[in-house]
Design a protein around this ligand. Structure first.
Ligand SMILES: [Cu+2]
Length: 160
């Protein structure tokens, strides 16, 4: 019995460390992939957070709001092409389609942080809580890094 228990504990630990390496999170049927933020100059007034939400479920969900203790305000934004001018504007929610995904990436949807207590540095992490209509809430750790992660690097090319 005790052997079984310690084996179980070891397996649980292993799962945990794999999760930490992959840097992804799950809430209900939603997987949140590699939340990251680009390192900004210390005096920059804002910063942006990116991630990909995969929906493995049979029904759509919506991201309704986000918040973090490191910023006074966190908004969801989208980039729109207005007569050839790229602008960003706030959105009230972002839909994650059933069996699909919602991509937060440079020049696409992003989370915008205002009134930062201080800018994060390369290698640091900070918490961000996502509030979903159906799945509820999940707090992820946002990795601050200089370069976009390889798997999200060309995301801006996909949006015309
Ligand atoms: Cu923005």
């Amino acid at each position: 019995m005790s052997l079984f228990k310690s084996l179980f504990a070891a397996a649980a630990l292993l799962t945990l460390s794999f999760t930490a390496m992959a840097h992804e999170y799950q809430v209900g049927e939603l997987h949140i992939d590699h939340p990251w933020s680009r390192e900004m100059p210390p005096t920059a007034p804002t910063s942006a957070v990116y991630f990909i939400i995969h929906n493995k479920g049979a029904s759509a969900d919506r991201l309704l709001s986000v918040d973090t203790p490191v910023a006074g305000k966190a908004e969801m934004h989208e980039h729109i092409d207005q007569n050839g001018l790229m602008k960003m504007q706030q959105v009230q929610f972002v839909t994650v389609p059933a069996g699909g995904e919602a991509t937060f990436a440079p020049m696409a949807y992003h989370v915008m942080l205002f009134n930062l207590k201080q800018q994060g540095k390369d290698g640091e992490r900070f918490p961000l809580t996502l509030h979903f209509e159906k799945a509820g809430e999940v707090t992820v750790q946002v990795a601050v890094q200089k370069e976009a992660p390889a798997e999200q690097h060309d995301m801006s090319q996909h949006k015309n």
